[in-house]
Design a protein around this ligand. Sequence first.
Ligand code: CAA
Length: 380
Amino acid sequence: MRLELSEEQQMIQAMAREFAESAIRPIAAEIDREARFPHETVKRMGELGLMGIAIPEAWGGSGADTVAYVVALEEIARVCASHAVIMSVNNSLYGDPVYKFGTAAQRERFLTPVASGHAQGCFALTEPQAGSDATNQHTVAIRDGDHYLVTGRKLFITSGREASFALVFCQTDRARGHHGISAFIVEKGTPGFGVSKTEDKLGIRASDTAELVFDDCRVPVANRLGEEGQGFRIAMGALDGGRIGIAAQAVGIATGAYEKALEYARERRSFGVPIGQHQMVQWMLADMTTAIEGARLLTLQAATLKDAGKPYTTAAAMAKLFAAETAMKVTTDAVQVHGGYGFIKEYEVERYFRDAKITQIYEGTSQIQKLVIAREVLGS
Ligand code: CAA
């Protein structure tokens, strides 16, 4: 694997860092406190090409690659995990499958506005009884002439209220189990489609997590992505890419917290010396930076495999597992290095600690990543 970033990848990384520092850092604590969706900065991320990095320019994207996407996403997450998840879902869970499986007409209508940042997309797979057990879909889409009638509920949908387009997974043939799941793009404003709730969360509080309801919602056949019965594979493929994005988000969260711990260890004095001179603090910092480097390399490896058109399901699961566990451990230790000050909001590491937790849960829990990895190594 090549470890050097190309000139284009470095430029995108530097641009994302500059934007995160100048535009996001000043508002990050405030939008977290107020659980306020950052419309203005998300709009600017679109203008900078961050909402469709690996989508070809012909469809509104930046025409770069997955490696550029992960290095940019890490920079955003280093400052604000909420912005990072908004960016990740738009790129990986909505943009990527609509590009891969969409017809030219579907790309024009449903991808170009999203990849160019003029609108957002969301990914609606999870249901009250279908979290880890994702094949257990109850939302149905019943064919009615040149439409489908969609009825059901989708839970914990990132950007669910903000998005103009929802990629929704439904049973079109219950008898066929997961082979009877199909994917549809449902536009905001379609009668029968509504948002019933916005969640109040522990972390990533400035992102929008909503419950979607569908009640005999008439969706044109032209909005079906792929063939009938192809939906579960589309969802799983999208999640393979999404997990690389969440790994990058986790690396960014860990890096942001580590940098704060390092700074504090240089300044804070105890027993007559900066605390960074105490071996117990040194060990924590050494473990943090080593784990972050490992997580970053796994993430870049998965992204490189995806860009090369090689299988990357297991690599993505490994990256997400290791990066999420690293983010939780590093942010916990970053709070510890700060002692009592780490527990209060002013020092910000507590925000990183709260934000890290979700990376072990969404887009497949750490336990699901282990299941995916174990099945691969056992050949089952
Ligand atoms: N790519 C393509 N197809 C895949 C696949 C992949 N990576 N993984 C599985 N499949 C296919 C299988 O081949 C199988 O199809 P066939 O029967 O035709 O061979 C089908 O999917 C079902 O797979 P399994 O038999 O392995 O099903 P399972 O129920 O035993 O396990 C699972 C599946 C891995 C547990 C899966 O349900 C899973 O990943 N669960 C976690 C769900 C998840 O990640 N949800 C995230 C929600 S979105 C989100 O979180 C977004 C956000 O907020 C930011």
